[in-house]
Ligand binder design. Structure first.
Ligand code: HEM
Length: 399
């Protein structure tokens, strides 16, 4: 048995990270780090934590100061309140409602590809503008404000967190989030005064079991949708192109049979999940993986490790769209009652993007900067597995 390294490698060093995770899965499947955070690495254990909302709470504030969660921030709220919030917007994200967005998404992708040319940064030209336009349109936010959303989201995902249990982390987060909250609060007030055909209006006018959302809840819920709705999908689109660059024969296979596209998207989600971990707080002492986690402990569920667990997937380090992973088997959209509300939308945006590249008889090649240690891709170091830049060149299929 190998002694665990004191801390996880940075996400930007993917090979080191995957090595470390494989060791931890095998030797220390549930492990307490120097900050007192309990890390969970196995597929079955991660599912257990995410399913049991009574023992493992999403109200992360409990770890800091015991303060109640931000009202309306759906990802951080437990049952029974969670159900009400989820019902308020569920109708906007059913597979059928989302499918109706397909023609608009296709037009957007075509337009972005037309404008991008032959060599470009995929993140700037497509992977960022596509999802932000889709979610901002849904919420009813003007296109001119998109650059602000990007600046805010990048600040949040680039926060350097040394000790995640330090109460200063919550303060830092609150500072970064404040301008977004102020901006959305303004939009919520406008919609309350004059509702339109958009999601923010739906949030301020909806009621479930006779209860409606107040301004603070509607603002925080809009913030959750805006943040969850774009940067993750940006990262997924980049991860798709990067992974296909490493396994280029799948471009040709998809050209022959575009029906393979959804399986490729699903396998990239498993192989390189945008969110690497989800956190929970224990409400009571609990036994997991042969150890006892005390009450009030922060638990980090490693999705990227669960997705590479050989007990759940044969040869998990092989990128193989043919393995037919679907639904609960890959945990990249979470599991249980907080399962990603936007999963059908993210899958649709990814599928349409690939279909449109293929329809042009093209594929993409990543242009690494050989002089830079990170290949010039600026990978995120914490929270998300993906890159801030992805220089590509468009290549006709067959070359
Ligand atoms: C590839 C893209 C995406 C990934 C990898 C992703 C991942 C996730 C994950 C892992 C969760 C579970 C959080 C938890 O259990 O604590 C989640 C929840 C959520 N996601 Fe996504 N997401 C993506 C795209 C989207 C999009 C496009 C939207 C909205 C338009 C969205 C909206 C949400 C919401 C509202 C929740 C909270 C659901 C709840 O708490 O009940 N996500 N997402």
């Amino acid at each position: 048995m190998t002694a665990p390294a004191d801390l996880a490698p940075l996400l930007s060093d993917e090979p080191a990270l995957l090595d470390w995770l494989a060791t931890m899965r095998r030797d220390h499947p549930v492990w307490r780090d120097r900050w007192g955070i309990w890390h969970v690495f196995g597929h079955a254990d991660v599912q257990t934590v995410l399913r049991d909302t009574t023992t493992y709470s999403s109200e992360l504030n409990r770890a800091y100061d015991g303060a109640p969660p931000a009202r309306g921030m759906i990802t951080h709220i437990d049952p029974p309140e969670h159900r009400m919030l989820r019902l308020v917007v569920s109708a906007a994200f059913t597979p059928r409602t989302v499918a109706e967005l397909e023609p608009r998404i296709r037009v957007l992708v075509r337009d972005l590809l037309d404008r991008a040319g032959q060599r470009f940064d995929l993140v700037d030209a497509l992977a960022y503008p596509l999802p932000v336009t889709v979610i901002a349109d849904l919420l009813g936010l003007p296109a001119g404000d998109h650059p602000r959303f990007r600046a805010w989201a990048e600040m949040l995902f680039s926060l350097s967190i040394d000790d995640p249990t330090d109460p200063a982390v919550a303060t830092k987060m609150a500072e970064v989030v404040q301008p977004m909250t102020d901006y959305l609060d303004q939009r919520v007030r406008e919609r309350r005064a004059e509702p339109r055909e958009d999601l923010i209006s739906a949030l301020v006018t909806a009621s479930v079991d006779g209860r409606a959302l107040d301004d603070e809840e509607a603002t925080n819920f809009s913030l959750a949708l805006l943040l969850a709705g774009h940067i993750t999908t940006t990262v997924l689109l980049g991860n798709i192109v990067r992974t296909l660059d490493e396994h280029p024969h799948h471009w040709a296979a998809m050209t022959r049979d575009p029906g393979l596209v959804p399986a490729v998207v699903e396998e990239v989600l498993r192989y390189r999940p945008p969110f690497t971990q989800l956190q929970r707080i224990t409400t009571t002492p609990v036994e997991l993986g042969g150890v006892t986690i005390p009450a009030g402990a922060m638990v980090a569920c490693w999705l990227v490790s669960a997705n590479r667990d050989p007990r759940a997937h044969t040869e998990p380090d092989v990128f193989d769209p043919g393995r037919g992973v679907r639904g609960a088997a890959q945990l990249s959209f979470g599991h249980g009652i907080h399962f990603c509300l936007g999963a059908p939308l993210a899958r649709l945006e990814a599928r349409v993007t690939l279909e449109e590249i293929l329809a042009r008889g093209q594929r993409m090649e990543v242009e690494y900067d050989e002089t830079a240690a990170d290949g010039g891709l600026l990978p995120f170091e914490q929270i998300v597995l993906g890159t801030r830049r992805l220089p590509v060149r468009v290549v006709p299929m067959g070359i």
